[in-house]
Design a binder for this molecule. Structure first.
Ligand code: CP
Length: 315
């Protein structure tokens, strides 16, 4: 069986969600749902048979790397992992030279995670044949995380239209936050961003978003709350006086979540600093969607790989 074709999809790369229309976003989520059902039923087709997919993770990852690898393999692709630390990157090879090398060995789709914001855009401009899938670039974007978060929320709430979603934490250093804000606003949600002023005030002019530093006030009427990871590796401790103050004012606890709507959902893109953004107890709370976020990683990544591979046939 062939997965449903999405007539609106004409993109060669997936670099962010910021330029995807609502129809495109909804269509990717719909395809993710379809592929999840086919996977569960053992009815996936070999959409990627004959396609070599390269994983180029210049930063650590568990969820994104593993789910991209499984998604590609289960759709019939050949997968090669660059294993950056053991590659010629360690001898000083540039990003572009490394990716061109992958391309010349026959890799047609490159899943790239890099510490430099914009690295996937450079890669997309520099390659002739390979498609680039951004698996997270610096503090800029993480499009497949936004797609799986949107799918998880859409299914939990029925629709994102008019839903009040509170996003709390280190937004200024978070690629997840930027991509999630684009996707959630475009899908009709009313998004509230909360956290220490230095981490959220830069978003004050963001279209469709309100910034409320007082989390306890912002939680009123929330249908879902997403905690962001405190990016210790990027924040270098800046932006808040201390972790103790962060936990006291913006850390999510079961009691604090009670300030949201009854039955409000909890999300976290992972990996979580338990005891900082959320308590360990809250991870296992029945209101937590964190496990479902991870589960939706493979089907969403199958969806984007399928769409890009169909599009590749047209270049
Ligand atoms: N959410 C996320 O990107 O997790 P990983 O770093 O484990 O891929």
């Amino acid at each position: 069986m062939t997965a449903t074709r999405i007539p609106t999809w004409t993109r060669r790369h997936l670099l962010d969600v910021d330029d995807l229309s609502r129809a495109e976003l909804e269509a990717v989520l719909d395809l993710g749902v379809e592929l999840r059902a086919r996977r569960a039923a053992g009815e996936l087709s070999d959409t990627l048979r004959g396609t070599a997919v390269g994983l180029a993770f210049y930063e650590p990852s568990t969820r994104t790397r593993v789910s991209f690898e499984l998604a590609a393999r289960e759709l019939g692709a050949t997968v090669t992992d660059l294993s950056v630390a053991g590659s010629s990157v360690a001898k000083g090879e540039s990003l572009v030279d490394t990716l061109r090398t992958l391309e010349r060995t026959g890799v047609r789709m490159i899943v790239l995670r890099h510490a430099a914001s914009g690295a996937p855009y450079l890669a997309a401009r520099s390659l002739e044949r390979a498609a680039i899938l951004n698996a997270g670039d610096g503090t800029h974007a993480h499009p497949t995380q936004a797609l799986l978060d949107a799918l998880t929320l859409r299914e939990a709430l029925g629709s994102l239209e008019g839903a009040r979603i509170v996003v709390v934490g280190d937004a200024v250093h978070s690629r997840v936050a930027r991509s999630d804000l684009h996707a959630l606003v475009r899908l009709g949600a009313s998004v509230v961003l909360s956290g220490p002023p230095a981490w959220v005030n830069p978003f004050a002019e963001w279209p469709g978003l309100s910034v409320v530093t007082d989390l306890d006030a912002g939680l009123a009427g929330a249908d879902a709350v997403m905690a962001l990871r405190v990016q210790r590796e990027r924040a270098a401790g800046g932006g808040v006086p201390s972790i103790t103050e962060y936990v006291a004012r913006w850390g999510l606890t079961a009691e604090r979540l009670d300030r949201a709507c009854p039955g409000a959902w909890l999300m976290h893109p992972g990996p979580a600093n338990e005891g900082v953004e959320i308590t360990a107890e809250l991870s296992g709370d029945p209101r937590s969607l964190i496990g479902r976020q991870v589960e939706n990683g493979v089907p969403i990544r199958m969806a984007v790989l399928s769409l890009l591979t169909e599009e590749m046939d047209r270049w």
